[in-house]
Ligand binder design. Structure first.
Ligand code: NIG
Length: 414
């Protein structure tokens, strides 16, 4: 048990990610030779070591030595599909020999394969299979993650997935934000009756999810192989009426759909993927409150090209977040460090921008602005690293430098 009071001393560099300003360096809110005092699960003090209140010396606290290293907020993974059943390693093998992600999907594999396995799995299996994935995310410093349904695609299986997410929220330290995604692909039994899927399954499903408070947001995959903008707009209207926030998958695999422009016009909290975003789309997202979410590990893993234009999005003024997008098809990776490296090497972000994209901007994508920032009074979700700076995190390719994670003040040594 971690005691109520914890004082982390000897922090060489602290990033609060709560700095004021329009550029990344200002937003990092860096403090050198810092100390953090946690009390009752929240941040009681953070700042230069000389500023620690004198009465801190009188409390019975666990003293933690950060060894002169880097400390920052808990990471926010704002887009995952971490709950699923089954195995698609054979698809990976097929992609390695030249089949595309879309070829596989069009042949009845891809998401449909995972739907079959997820429908067949009991809720307890979904939970048991997701736990080690969440543990790996936690060991990378993730303290909050969004998790989508979307592999059930019928009433009982979507509810089963969302109940599994609720149960996982109680069983491990990462705080989970559930998103309903019945518009992931059209289930095979409705292939010839797409409209009926929306009216007979999705509409009552949203009502039940709302009633049981199983999700705070919804998502839709707008793509030639999934749903049209028109189909999705009807669903978003119903979701909005019930008070759900909106995340969207747009401009991922094929170009020309103007998905980013549409996501901005729909008032989406976030628009993910964006590999195929147009110049107009960049302008539209930049002028909106929609957070542009990049998933470069899935660009790599699904062998989609090009990488999303992160540099142009940041330069255009967009808020850019990063995610692992853990899922069995396009991104089987909980490796935050790999994602950050790819964001720098392939999406054109600076290390500071990549770090902010996994902290405060992830919180903004979930419309939870206190997440991914350290400040007095905030829940004490923070990470100490075997590193001198945030710069080391993408620099050390695909390697976690996390030393300890504090979740709500509780200490976990990694
Ligand atoms: O975000 N694009 C849609 N959904 C997932 C892929 C899911 C899968 O292949 O199982 C994504 O990449």
């Amino acid at each position: 048990m971690t005691p109520d009071n914890v004082i982390i001393r000897n922090i060489g560099l602290l990033a609060t990610c709560d700095g004021v300003g329009s550029n990344a360096d200002e937003q990092l809110g860096l403090v050198r030779d810092a100390v953090v005092w946690i009390s009752g699960g929240t941040v009681q003090f953070l700042g230069p070591k000389q500023g620690l209140p004198h009465h801190a010396a009188k409390v019975d606290a666990l003293e933690v030595d950060a060894d002169g290293g880097f400390v920052g907020p808990g990471l926010v993974d704002c887009h995952t599909h971490v709950v699923f059943a089954g195995d698609r390693s054979f698809e990976f093998e097929a992609r390695c020999s030249g089949k595309s992600y879309l070829d596989i999907a069009n042949a009845g594999g891809g998401i449909q394969h995972t739907v079959r396995a997820t429908r067949a799995a009991p809720e307890a299996t979904l939970v048991a299979d997701a736990l080690p994935r969440l543990n790996r995310l936690f060991s990378h410093g993730v303290t909050t993650a969004e998790v989508k349904s979307g592999y059930g695609l019928d009433l009982s299986s979507e509810i089963k997935m969302l109940r599994a997410i609720a149960s996982l929220n109680q069983q491990q330290p990462i705080s989970l934000h559930a998103t309903a995604m019945p518009l992931h692909v059209v289930p095979l039994e409705f292939a010839q009756a797409r409209g009926e899927y929306l009216t007979k399954i999705v509409t009552p499903l949203l009502e039940q999810i709302h009633e049981e408070k199983l999700a705070t947001a919804v998502d839709a995959f707008v793509e030639q192989s999934a749903f049209t903008k028109d189909e999705s707009s009807q669903y978003l209207k119903a979701a909005r009426r019930l008070g759900f926030g909106i995340h969207l998958h747009v401009d991922q695999l094929t170009s020309g759909a103007a998905g980013a422009e549409w996501a901005a016009a729909e008032g989406a909290w976030s628009a993910s993927h964006l590999e195929q975003i147009s110049t107009r789309g960049i302008r539209a997202i930049s002028a909106s409150h929609t957070v542009a979410v990049l998933a470069p590990a899935s660009t790599l893993f699904a062998r989609v090209r090009p990488y999303a234009p992160g540099r142009a999005l940041v330069d255009g003024g967009a808020t850019v977040a990063l995610c692992t997008n853990v899922n069995p098809g396009s991104s089987l990776s909980e490796n935050v460090a790999l994602t950050m490296s790819l964001a720098c090497l392939e999406n054109g972000l600076t290390p500071a921008e990549a770090y902010l994209a996994f902290t405060r901007n992830g919180g903004l994508a979930l419309r939870s602005p206190s997440l991914g920032r350290l400040k007095t009074g905030n829940t004490a979700d923070l990470v100490t690293y075997r590193a001198n700076s945030y710069r080391d995190l993408p620099y050390h390719l695909a390697t976690s430098l996390v030393r300890e994670v504090f979740k709500g003040g509780t200490r976990f040594v990694i």
